[in-house]
Design a protein around this ligand. Sequence first.
Ligand code: ZN
Length: 278
Amino acid sequence: MNIYKLKEQICEIGRRVYAKGFAAANDGNISTRLNDREVLCSPTMMSKGLLKPEDLCVVDYEGKQLGGTRKRSSEILLHLSVYKHRPDVNAVVHCHPPHATAFAVAGEPVPNCVLPEVEVFLGEVPTALYETPGTQKFADTIVPLLKSSNTIILANHGTVTFGPDLEKAYWNSEIIDAYCRILILSKQLGRVNYFNDKQTKELLDLKKRLGYDDQRFHKGENCDLCANDSFGRGYVEEQSSAQASSGCTVSNGLASAPPDLNTLVELVTEQVMAALAK
Ligand SMILES: [Zn+2]
């Protein structure tokens, strides 16, 4: 694709990011590889909804600006971390989608084994440690997580999603925010039901057939494919820690979760009152 087409595509993705409410004011940034020496990226201090092709910047893989009249985004270093460690990736979108960012702020890990599309398109979504945005230290936080993901939550900040082209990189931002929104809504309704092992294995087989990779393909036979350690299971503290300590156990999902704490307290209170009444 020629450079002008890529510039237009970044502007188009910018409009979608802004229209979805994923980037307030001048938040967020978008980039794509041009070749093995240059990256095209959005400028600093501009609304992603108002980008024009002539606003875009060209940088090298160290972040040095090579072209464009506006100053490049300070968060380009985050994008460059992705390009350096993932030769298969050609585009990166960083934004602050509110529902995914709520997970980032609450320190709530994004669970697996809830929605088929999320299993197939995203897989495991790790959370990177917090660092001050715009710094190299911040850009380095995602490095250990890059190999096995295409969507990363940035603690107390937002998301970074990437893929083989701009469209796919942006889709992952939409998928993660829609997913987090559904999780929040379903938890408000009462509970989150997880896939059981058989359902998860079937989905992972489908994912393999579609040609996607997933780090769970490389786990041992008896590993928990839905090793969720918090969301939805946070009600069941003892069960969570027991699972964590055994390392690689197979879980049956939430369908078999014990009654919640309030029910237990009520039961115990009833029994104590009955004993006192004797
Ligand atoms: Zn940001």
